[in-house]
Design a protein around this ligand. Structure first.
Ligand code: TA6
Length: 297
């Protein structure tokens, strides 16, 4: 899903990991292992590609995604933090939608390689800039396990002296063959429909994809299954530390309205997100940590 990007290698970081840049110097970590390939950007610690040898890419990336310091990348796994959607529920041009973590440059802090694959660790710490947007000191660590399963763990550390609460999501864009052959199961019966002023509704635990969907499901008591009958693939998605799962597809009109998604982009993607969206969010006392994760196999 990244062959269309023309990148130049600037550094070899390990046997499997290299630092590459595009013509604007935008930085990509490219992982080439005998069992898998993957790619992340330091901008947003954003996984944009993951593919196991002999399989379809697991993660969808828009062919018209923008790669610059100001924009969230369309596709991959955006790290939505420290809020989900609009800050405090009101639109505010100063406060970026889905928080600032996905539009800040993270540091690569560790690489572990084995014959199973690669584990990367990236960090983002509070700064003068972030404190202007959100008055709390923090250390965010993203641990990305690229093995036969893909696991992302976002560890929030409150490095300040006052408690805070955060919301957010590991906003995974899955690569699908076609909406009409997809089935999502294992969902909670209760959900909030963001397309209808978030009324609480009761639905089925299985969802078919045949229209625009923007729903926040209360956390499932089981794993979520994504069954793609054309790819002949049944994915199991195991979330922890979350209070909800979000399902999103922009569908026809929504895709047309997005400048960084092709008009037909909705036909090959579906978002299933491990999210913290309820109430004030997850409270983290001074000095304490909280982990939000999603594991896909
Ligand atoms: O996760 C669902 C959602 O909140 C939708 O409402 C839609 O806005 C989507 O995220 C994408 O948000 P973005 O800010 O990345 O365009």
């Amino acid at each position: 899903m990244i062959s269309h990007l023309s990148l130049t290698k600037v550094d070899t970081l390990s046997n499997a990991v290299s630092l590459q840049v595009d013509s604007n110097g935008f930085e990509f970590l490219i992982i080439e292992h005998n069992k898998l390939s993957a790619a992340l950007t330091l901008h947003g610690a954003h996984l944009i590609h993951f593919q196991k040898k002999g399989e379809q890419p697991l993660i969808w990336l828009s062919k018209t995604a923008k790669f610059n310091e100001k924009t969230a990348i369309r596709g991959g796994v955006p790290i939505c933090w420290p809020w989900f959607g609009d800050a405090d529920g009101k639109s505010n041009e100063k406060l970026p939608g889905h928080g600032f973590a996905r539009i800040n440059r993270w540091q690569l802090t560790n690489i572990e390689e084995s014959d199973q694959g690669v584990v990367l660790e990236l960090q983002l710490k509070s700064s003068e800039e972030t404190l202007k947007l959100w008055p709390f000191q923090f250390e965010l660590t993203l641990k990305v396990t690229l093995h036969k399963q893909l696991t992302l763990e976002l560890i929030t550390k409150n490095s300040g002296d006052k408690a805070f609460a955060y919301r957010g999501a590991l906003h995974t864009y899955f690569n699908i063959s076609a909406p009409e052959v997809i089935e999502v199961s294992g969902l909670n019966r209760y959900f909030y429909n963001s397309l209808k002023q978030k009324q609480r509704e009761t639905g089925d635990t299985t969802l078919l994809i045949d229209q625009a969907i923007d729903s926040i499901y209360e956390k499932s008591a089981s794993n979520i299954q994504l069954n793609d009958k054309q790819f002949q693939k049944k994915l199991t998605i195991s979330n922890s530390g979350n209070d909800s799962e979000v399902i999103w597809t922009p569908w026809v009109e929504g895709a047309k309205a997005l400048s960084d998604m092709p008009d037909n982009g909705y036909q090959s993607m579906l978002c299933i997100e491990s999210a913290i969206t309820q109430g004030e969010g997850e409270k983290v006392a001074a000095g304490k940590t909280h982990s939000l994760s999603t594991s896909i196999c």
